[in-house]
Design a protein around this ligand. Structure first.
Ligand code: HEM
Length: 125
């Protein structure tokens, strides 16, 4: 997405890997699939789990908000009706929230594992 709105969290553009063209192509393929029902993403990569491909990232409320704000700004640049824009944002807010939940749950699990093994214990003295 082209826009970089300010967010309270980290800049979500910094979370991505180096290959921005590849990520753009993958997101475009996925959104075509999601909107139209053809399978350009699956043809290239096979089945996809949207929460699964994000679970290595630390996505919380502010990152989800920043992503949705980028989406709104990108949609403003397109000649779509307001109804269609609103519908897209509302529908994509659902997987965005699911991603947030999965990422936060992965982080909680990691914290618990670290506590059990003691490898994350703070040093004393
Ligand atoms: C909740 C807010 C979200 C954030 C902060 C976020 C962030 C990211 C980042 C940083 C990447 C690149 C990962 C990398 O380069 O390793 C990515 C990839 C991607 N995201 Fe998201 N994302 C969000 C929501 C969504 C939603 C709602 C969808 C679709 C419903 C989506 C679909 C994708 C796809 C298809 C890719 C490309 C995966 C690939 O390279 O094969 N994302 N996302």
């Amino acid at each position: 997405m082209p826009a970089r709105p300010a967010s309270r969290g980290r800049d979500i553009h910094e979370m991505r890997s180096e290959d921005m063209d590849g990520a753009r192509d993958n997101l475009a393929r996925f959104l075509c699939e999601w909107l139209v029902g053809s399978k350009p993403y699956q043809k290239k990569y096979g089945p996809i789990s949207i929460p699964g491909i994000h679970q290595h990232l630390d996505i919380g409320v502010s990152e989800r908000f920043a992503w949705l704000k980028c989406l709104c700004l990108a949609l403003e640049e397109q000649p779509y009706s307001n109804d269609f824009r609103d519908c897209l944002v509302q529908q994509l807010a659902i997987p965005a929230e699911r991603i947030r939940m999965v990422c936060q749950s992965a982080i909680q699990k990691m914290i618990k594992r670290t506590r059990k093994t003691g490898s994350g214990a703070s040093r004393t003295g």
